[in-house]
Design a protein around this ligand. Structure first.
Ligand code: ZN
Length: 269
């Protein structure tokens, strides 16, 4: 499932292409992907300028000129492609937004969605989300005070969108690995220096992943060499049985809080 770096990568690429552009065509092939009847969806969005694309956690917000917002969550298996009809991947498209000769294709939206909300309602939808880990206001002090009252395993807490927004199964493992902390470690057993390191590792891993285009498998446009660049840079995620680059130990997979979790039992404590 795309996490903060993947969605932020999409947001940047989208803004370069569709910010200020008018939606000239809409195709809804899967009504379940939207939250209103297709006619109303089309009536509200068609002819509107996309003012900008924002991100909150793992969501993207397409801000329309009329004050309405398209709220996107790709969930598991969802992705986007931008290009001409000829460039279009041979995949089933659930929703298509056209911008003249170019189209934005929403693909693999099974649990994912593109919902239409007013600005007020979209804020309500996102009100439960915790802070953005890459924002400057998210200081070490704010992280430490958020973590202080928490109990349970660190992996489960990192996945909790109400705790911090945007981290999922891959980056929680990568962050714990970078911080040399076992993902199953109880929060109360994490020392103060380890807490500081966890904060530094969170910033480092998310920024590094973003810089390398995240781990999405599919390119966003024809000739896209950025998106997915992080795929081969994961140090523990999906590397069960492989060697740890840090200590030579063997990466193992365990179910932690009913999620597949990868770590090095040798150098993570
Ligand atoms: Zn190791």
């Amino acid at each position: 499932m795309p996490e903060l770096p993947e969605m932020e990568n999409y947001r940047r690429l989208l803004n370069q292409r569709i910010a200020g552009q008018v939606v000239t065509g809409i195709e809804v092939n899967r009504e379940k992907s939207i939250n209103v009847i297709p006619n109303l969806f089309i009536q509200t969005v068609l002819g509107q300028k996309v003012v900008t694309v924002d991100r909150r956690g793992k969501h993207l917000l397409f801000q329309l000129q009329n004050g309405q917002v398209l709220l996107l969550h790709l969930m598991l298996g969802g992705w986007m492609f931008y290009g001409s009809e000829e460039d279009k991947p041979k995949r089933t498209v659930q929703v298509r937004l056209s911008f003249g000769q170019h189209h934005l294709y929403f693909i693999g939206l099974r649990l994912g969605y593109l919902h239409l909300f007013s600005e007020h309602d979209v804020q309500r939808q996102l009100a439960h989300l915790g802070p953005e880990p890459l924002e400057n206001q998210f200081t070490l002090q704010s992280f430490l005070s958020l973590l202080e009252p928490k109990r349970g395993r660190i992996k489960a807490k990192l996945l909790d969108q109400e705790f911090i927004a945007g981290i999922g199964n891959c980056y929680s493992d990568e962050i714990c690995y970078h911080a040399k902390i076992l993902p199953k470690k109880d929060i109360e057993d994490i020392s103060n220096p380890e807490r500081n390191q966890l904060y530094e590792s969170m910033k480092f891993v998310l920024n590094d992943a973003l810089q390398h285009g995240g781990y999405m498998e599919n390119p966003f446009y024809q000739g896209d060499t950025l998106t997915g660049g992080y795929n081969n840079r994961c140090l523990v995620y999906d590397r069960e049985g492989e060697k740890c680059h840090r200590c030579g130990g063997i990466i193992i997979k365990e179910m932690i809080s009913s999620r597949k979790t990868f770590f090095c039992p040798n150098c993570q404590k």
